[in-house]
Design a protein around this ligand. Structure first.
Ligand SMILES: [Fe+2]
Ligand SMILES: [Fe+2]
Length: 265
C-alpha cells in the first residue's frame, strides 16, 4: 500500500511549532470539500487474514484495539442533534462525514483484531464514560471531550504505525493518523471560531477544566493500556509527553491559549 500525500487543503495540518492557524476562520464549505476529497482519495484498506504480529504482542494489542474499535463505532446521534442547532446545514454534513470516517476506522480496527484472532467488544466502561461526559452540556462541551479522545487516539495510532513490524498494519495506522489530524484541525478550528469573541478569563477557565479532564483521561488511559505501550516499546512517561505536546497544540488552536499563559499571568 502506498501512502497518499497529505490531502489537499490540509498541508498545514502538521504538528510542528511553526504551524499557525491562518486567519480564514472556520468555513463549513471548506471543510465539507476536505471531507469529500478525503473520501474520494481514501485508498481501499483490506487487512489480510493473518498479519505479522508476534504471539506475545497480540493479547495487549488486541486489548487496546478493542477499546478503540468500540469508541470509533458510535453513530454520533447526539453530536448530530447538537450540530443541527447551529443552523448550518453544511456543518451538519461535515459532522455526518466526520462520523462516517470514524466508523470507517472502526471497520479497519475490526479487521485488524480479527487478523490477530481477537474478538470485538460490545461495550466498555471507558466508552460509556466518554459518552456521558460529552453529553453533559452542549455542542462545545461535546467537542472538547471528543478532542481528548482524538488526541489520545491519534498518539496511540501513530505509536502503532511507528512500532509495528507488519508493513500493512503500519501503513493502515498511518492512514488513520492522517484522518485524525484532519479531525483535530476540524474541531479546533470550529472551537476557535466559537470562542473568538470570548473574554480571556473565560477561555482560561475553560482551559483549566479541559486540561484537568485531559490529564485524568491520560492517566486512566495509560493505566488501562500499559501492556500495549510496553509491547510497543514505549515508556508511559514518553507517551504522556507525546499526549501533552499534542494537547498543547490543540489548546493553542482552539482557545488561543496555553497553560503557560495562565501560569505566567
Ligand atoms: Fe478515528
Ligand atoms: Fe477522529
Amino acid at each position: 500500500m502506498v501512502l497518499p500525500e497529505v490531502p489537499k487543503g490540509l498541508e498545514d495540518v502538521r504538528e510542528s511549532s511553526s504551524l499557525a492557524l491562518n486567519e480564514e476562520g472556520f468555513s463549513s464549505k471548506r471543510w465539507l470539500a476536505y471531507f469529500q476529497e478525503n473520501k474520494k482519495s481514501c485508498p481501499q484498506i483490506v487487512i489480510p487474514e493473518t498479519v505479522n504480529v508476534s504471539a506475545a504482542m497480540r493479547p495487549p494489542l488486541i486489548h487496546s484495539l478493542q477499546r478503540f474499535q468500540i469508541g470509533e463505532t458510535g453513530e454520533g446521534k447526539h453530536l448530530k442533534k447538537f450540530a443541527a442547532r447551529m443552523n448550518d446545514p453544511v456543518y451538519e454534513q461535515c459532522i455526518d462525514m466526520f462520523i462516517k470516517e470514524e466508523q470507517h476506522h472502526a471497520r479497519i480496527l475490526a479487521q485488524m483484531i480479527a487478523s490477530m484472532d481477537g474478538t470485538l467488544l460490545t461495550w466498555h466502561w471507558s466508552d460509556l464514560v466518554f459518552i456521558g461526559l460529552r453529553r453533559l452540556l452542549h455542542l462545545k462541551t461535546e467537542i472538547f471531550v471528543l478532542l481528548i479522545a482524538e488526541v489520545i487516539g491519534k498518539c496511540f495510532y501513530r505509536t502503532c504505525s511507528a512500532n509495528l513490524e507488519d508493513p500493512l498494519l503500519s501503513d493502515a495506522f498511518s492512514l488513520i493518523v492522517l484522518d485524525e489530524l484532519g479531525h483535530l484541525e476540524f474541531h479546533c478550528r470550529f472551537l476557535r471560531n466559537q470562542f473568538e469573541k470570548s473574554p480571556v478569563f473565560l477561555r482560561q477557565f475553560v482551559l483549566i477544566c479541559w486540561s484537568l479532564l485531559f490529564y485524568c483521561a491520560c492517566l486512566v488511559f495509560i493505566a488501562d493500556h500499559k501492556q500495549a505501550l510496553a509491547a510497543l516499546n514505549v515508556q508511559p512517561k514518553q507517551f504522556l509527553k507525546d499526549l501533552t505536546s499534542s494537547f498543547r497544540i490543540c489548546s493553542r488552536r482552539s482557545l488561543s491559549l496555553e497553560w503557560k499563559d495562565i501560569v505566567e499571568e
